[in-house]
Design a protein around this ligand. Structure first.
Ligand SMILES: *[C@@H]1O[C@H](CO)[C@@H](O)[C@H](O)[C@H]1NC(C)=O
Ligand SMILES: *[C@@H]1O[C@H](CO)[C@@H](O)[C@H](O)[C@H]1NC(C)=O
Ligand SMILES: *[C@@H]1O[C@H](CO)[C@@H](O)[C@H](O)[C@H]1NC(C)=O
Ligand SMILES: *[C@@H]1O[C@H](CO)[C@@H](O)[C@H](O)[C@H]1NC(C)=O
Ligand SMILES: *[C@@H]1O[C@H](CO)[C@@H](O)[C@H](O)[C@H]1NC(C)=O
Ligand SMILES: *[C@@H]1O[C@H](CO)[C@@H](O)[C@H](O)[C@H]1NC(C)=O
Ligand SMILES: *[C@@H]1O[C@H](CO)[C@@H](O)[C@H](O)[C@H]1NC(C)=O
Ligand SMILES: *[C@@H]1O[C@H](CO)[C@@H](O)[C@H](O)[C@H]1NC(C)=O
Length: 909
């Protein structure tokens, strides 16, 4: 199972299915109860309408041709209806029917599998012309959920491989494209039949490119308790090493499947009766219940952390709740916790318990460690501490971190991932197998996923303290990075975005960028200005554009010659670009090999790479005499050669820095920071201007900032004091995805019952796709000390920005945008308008505003919340209704904000 998942680690391919082809079948929609044990079931007969064209990751923008006709929901099945479509024979798509395979296995559940495929499209020839882009398409399917009996059924709905659907009149965008099954919507279904409309979108990265272009949809309903319950069994807890938990931080994921909001009051070990606070010790003392006669002396009176909660889980929400655990005795094999909660507007307390078996290992085995992701929820990585007999040189007192990034669809704790380097047990390094939070590493090891990698690295010193490690120390600023497939792409990301941390990199079977992997050819046509904005929003993830940043770093590449998942082309291409960028690299193509085999990460050249590079004594950051540095998004870019770019002039295009000794030339850079080694000379020349550095070196080791004003450079930043919302900086930089740089759970603020559905959907998607935590609150925002980024869900007037003169205003009269060129203001006042844009908050926090003129428009805006990679949301987007079928061309205005939050030149106003 793992092996086959690994085999297909970049795009999880579904097994070849003999998809039924029913284009011409004509059957009436019939009801049949699929599961005699449940009071709910799916209909057997489904009506399908398709296929239609869709581009790679385009569906977020809309681009649904049936919206031109009022939406699939308004169309009725008819064998007579013809729909124009660019894909099938005669340019005509029609209704068809298909039978869902019902599965009767589990009590309290109903499952329907829909195999969809089209034989009236010449996929092979389209593929010759358009490549893998051609085997992506969209269609809609309609069925029913039938509830029998007299009771409302409280269920969750799993929507594997689905991005968008309707149940009755409720629209759901987000679904479960990667089949995580983490945050299904909770439905309270009344007796009777409920229409369910499902949009099917085929995606090569998720479904594969080489097999038959079918879509295998699985829908599953499961009964729930109708109150608070475990969203998944057990705890996310670290392994136990030599008798002690490797890390104390733990979490339980809870789902409120009821209809009222609840509040978590307390989480305590199940055998604890009542914790007593001892003020003199400033800690809780717990007294064990009397029936625990078997408990040993060491278990009694164990101290626990003050697990104070108060988290609210709104009706339908799934939330991870973090707490600290310490084992009550040295050698326990499981822990049991009791969670106490009450309705927010009530006092009746209830409890649920969670039990988790512990995994006991030796300190030296790869094991699970837990830590807090900056987003406020618990994440984990697998850690292999340096071996007892590691052959380190005496000078190596502080060892580097060897990162191994996994491929798509894999959990790092599945055993295979963390043992991939067992063949090189003696390495002088801390070997870390991060998760990136999810099997798809959050966002392909980019913003959210790489933040997780860095949090995992930073947690190693805490581990050292916690377990009382006596071996070699760790240098958390020196990394050797490798990874396979999506993790190979993540290795390119680390190489191009953290060059000053990297000793060396070995990307294996990785891809250069999503656009090179599955071409963007078949998006709806758009103005080149618009495509430049979408493409510009993905600048930071086009590794082929960032190869200059690798200069000075040893790179070993490896790829199977016969890889039919990630074409070998990607590695050959980047190998050529590395050469042209002056990087010392080697490329190993494995004859006859495919995407994956068991020892792909421990071939001779890989073993040699790990041994040689973990023993490297090269000083970081490297002092390079001559180099080029390309920056797409200063918010996710570390320094190179001691230079850090703080702001671009226009975030819609790459910024470049060329260094030749102490002569620096820039393009599209507004401010940068120089580390102290630059201060060793008396002056530098930047863009032809000589700047004296005399006297600066003696002021201490703080880096100096250079900024541009009126086209000329000067020492000093113009980013006024902390807390000032006027200038854009740090975590605020980037695009709409910058909102993912939250510190603490997201705060989703909405207005009331009419916005609750969208607020909950945003929280569900953030948890589904990123395992993120969100607090949902409605009504007037109360000022508090919460630190997370805010997502505001608004119909009507958007409250004013903290920024004194923010260029976008949205309200009951429409949207206005002030252009930075000429200062003109463009207003939109169509009846249906939607907008999504980021605004500054205090410190470096951000607010993502989702605004609609009405509920339908709001739900259109909410599609743009970052979720899947490759969508390309810039800083702001205003959508007209026509985007629902035209895609990006239906955006009325979109673009970027500069360092003062002005609309940048490359925007479309
Ligand atoms: C679901 O239904 C089955 C069969 O009626 C029952 O045994 C089970 O406890 C139910 N599950 C929940 C979570 O209520
Ligand atoms: C449903 O309610 C009706 C009317 O109250 C009653 O006659 C019937 O027996 C109930 N059915 C079930 C399955 O409880
Ligand atoms: C535990 O939490 C309560 C409630 O917030 C607080 O009053 C108390 O000081 C906390 N105790 C410790 C030891 O942090
Ligand atoms: C537990 O705490 C109680 C009260 O502080 C004390 O009397 C008792 O001796 C303690 N038991 C152990 C095993 O430490
Ligand atoms: C867990 O303990 C650490 C200190 O050991 C503390 O910083 C952290 O806030 C605690 N976390 C929770 C969820 O209580
Ligand atoms: C822990 O358990 C192991 C195996 O069950 C046993 O050999 C060991 O002595 C135990 N250690 C302690 C301190 O109880
Ligand atoms: C936790 O509960 C399980 C059964 O639910 C039990 O077997 C186990 O001994 C319990 N563990 C502790 C530490 O109480
Ligand atoms: C690194 O090691 C080599 C020999 O092993 C030595 O010649 C060199 O000076 C060392 N460099 C540093 C920076 O310590």
């Amino acid at each position: 199972m793992f092996a086959s998942a690994l085999l297909l680690a970049c795009g999880v391919l579904l097994p070849a299915s003999n998809a039924a082809r029913h284009e011409h079948a004509m059957m009436p929609l019939e009801h049949r109860q699929g599961n005699q044990h449940s009071s709910f079931a799916f209909s057997t007969a489904w009506q399908v309408l398709g296929p239609f064209q869709i581009g790679t990751r385009e569906a977020t923008w809309g681009a649904d041709p049936l919206e031109y006709l009022g939406g699939f929901g308004n169309l009725q099945y008819s064998t007579e209806s013809h729909f124009r479509s660019s894909l099938p024979v005669n340019g005509i798509a029609k209704w068809s029917t298909t039978e869902a395979k019902q599965s009767l296995d589990t009590l309290g559940s109903a499952k329907a599998s829909l195999p969809i495929g089209y034989s009236n499209v010449d996929w092979d020839f389209l593929k010759v012309v358009y490549g893998w882009a051609a085997v992506q398409y969209q269609a809609w399917a309609r069925g029913e959920i039938i509830v029998t009996g007299n009771d409302t059924q409280h269920v969750v709905l799993y929507t594997d491989a689905i991005l968008e659907f309707w149940v009755g009149d409720a629209h759901y965008f987000g679904g479960d494209f990667y089949t995580y099954r983490k945050a299904p919507p909770v439905l309270h279904l009344k007796p009777g039949t409920h229409k369910i409309d499902v949009r099917l979108v085929r995606d090569v990265r998720a479904f594969g490119g080489i097999l038959e272009p079918t879509i295998d949809v699985v829908l599953e309903l499961r009964n729930t308790s109708g109150s608070l319950e475990l969203a998944k069994p057990g705890l996310l807890i670290s392994d136990v090493v030599d008798g002690k938990l490797a890390s104390p931080v733990t979490s339980v994921t809870l789902r409120n499947s009821g209809e009222v909001d609840v509040e978590i009051i307390d989480i305590q070990p199940s055998h604890v009766r009542s914790p007593v606070f001892l003020p003199e010790r400033n800690e809780f003392q717990v007294v064990l219940s009397s029936d625990s006669e078997t408990l040993t002396a060491s278990q009694a009176n164990s101290t626990i952390t003050n697990n104070t909660f108060g988290q609210v889980i709104v009706a339908g929400q799934t939330r991870p709740v973090a707490f600290n655990v310490s084992l009550s005795s040295y050698n326990v094999s499981s822990v049991n916790y009791t969670i106490t909660y009450k309705p927010v507007n009530g006092s009746k307390r209830s409890t649920i318990t969670v039990s988790q078996a512990l995994n006991n290992l030796s300190l030296y085995e790869p094991h699970k460690i837990t830590y807090l992701h900056p987003g406020g929820m618990v994440s984990y990585a697998m850690l292999r501490a340096p071996a007892k007999n590691a052959s380190c040189k005496p000078t190596q007192t502080s060892l580097p971190v060897l990162l191994q990034l996994h491929g798509a669809g894999l959990e790092a704790d599945n055993g295979v991932v963390a043992h991939a380097l067992d063949a090189v047990p003696e390495l002088c390094a801390w070997v870390l197998f991060p998760t990136g939070v999810t099997p798809w590493s959050g966002d392909d090891w980019h913003n959210w996923g790489f933040t997780d990698v860095e949090a995992a690295i930073r947690s190693i010193p805490s581990w050292i303290k916690h377990v009382g490690w006596k071996g070699p120390a760790v240098d958390i600023d020196r990394w050797v990075v490798s990874g396979h497939s999506n993790g190979g792409q993540g290795t390119w990301y680390a190489l191009t975005h953290r060059p000053d941390r990297l000793i060396a990199a070995a990307p294996v079977s990785g891809y250069a960028s999503i656009q090179k992997y599955v071409p963007y050819e078949l998006w709806q046509p758009m103005d080149p200005r618009r495509s430049a904005i979408i493409s510009g929003s993905l600048n930071s993830y086009r590794h082929e554009m960032l190869m200059d940043n690798a200069q000075g770093i040893p790179v070993v590449q490896q790829h199977g010659e016969k890889d039919d998942n990630v074409p070998t082309y990607h590695s050959r291409f980047l190998s050529q670009l590395l050469f042209q960028g002056g990087t010392n690299s080697s490329y190993h193509e494995l004859p006859g090999q495919g995407h994956w085999f068991d020892t792909i990460m421990t071939t001779d050249q890989m073993k040699e790479f790990y041994r040689k590079q973990t023993a490297s004594n090269e000083t970081l950051p490297r002092k390079l005499e001559e180099f080029n540095f390309v920056v797409a998004d200063p918010g996710d870019m570390g320094s190179k050669g001691g230079i850090r770019v703080l702001n671009l002039e226009d975030p819609g295009q790459y910024g470049r820095v060329k260094v030749r000794g102490h002569v620096i030339t820039t393009a599209n850079i507004w401010s940068l920071e120089l580390e102290t080694h630059f201060l060793q000379s008396s002056s530098i020349t930047i863009d032809g201007l000589e700047i004296s550095l005399a006297g600066l070196a003696s002021e201490g080791s703080a880096p100096i900032t250079l900024s541009k004003a009126d086209g000329s450079w000067d020492i000093g930043g113009r980013n006024a004091a902390e807390g000032n919302a006027k200038y854009r900086r740090g975590r605020q930089l980037g695009l709409m995805t910058a909102v993912l740089r939250t510190q603490g759970p997201f705060i989703i603020r909405h207005q009331g019952s009419h916005t609750a559905h969208v607020a909950l959907q945003v929280a569900r998607n953030l948890h589904q796709y990123f395992s993120a935590d969100s607090e949902i609150s409605s009504g007037t925002p109360s000022d508090d000390s919460r630190t997370g980024n805010v997502i505001s869900v608004v119909i009507g007037d958007v409250p004013p920005s903290l920024h004194p003169d923010f260029p976008i205003k949205a309200g009951t009269t429409g949207v206005s945008i002030r252009d930075s060129i000429g200062g003109g203001t463009r207003s939109f006042d169509e009846p249906h308008l939607a907008a999504a844009f980021i605004r500054p908050l205090d410190g470096e926090r951000l607010e993502l505003v989702l605004w609609g003129s009405d509920e339908a428009a709001l739900s259109q805006a909410a599609r743009l919340v970052p979720m899947l990679t490759g969508v390309g949301q810039p800083d702001f987007v205003v959508l007209g209704k026509q985007a629902l079928w035209q895609g990006v061309e239906g955006a009325l205005s979109l673009g970027f904000f500069d360092h003062e939050w002005r609309v940048s030149r490359s925007s479309l106003v």
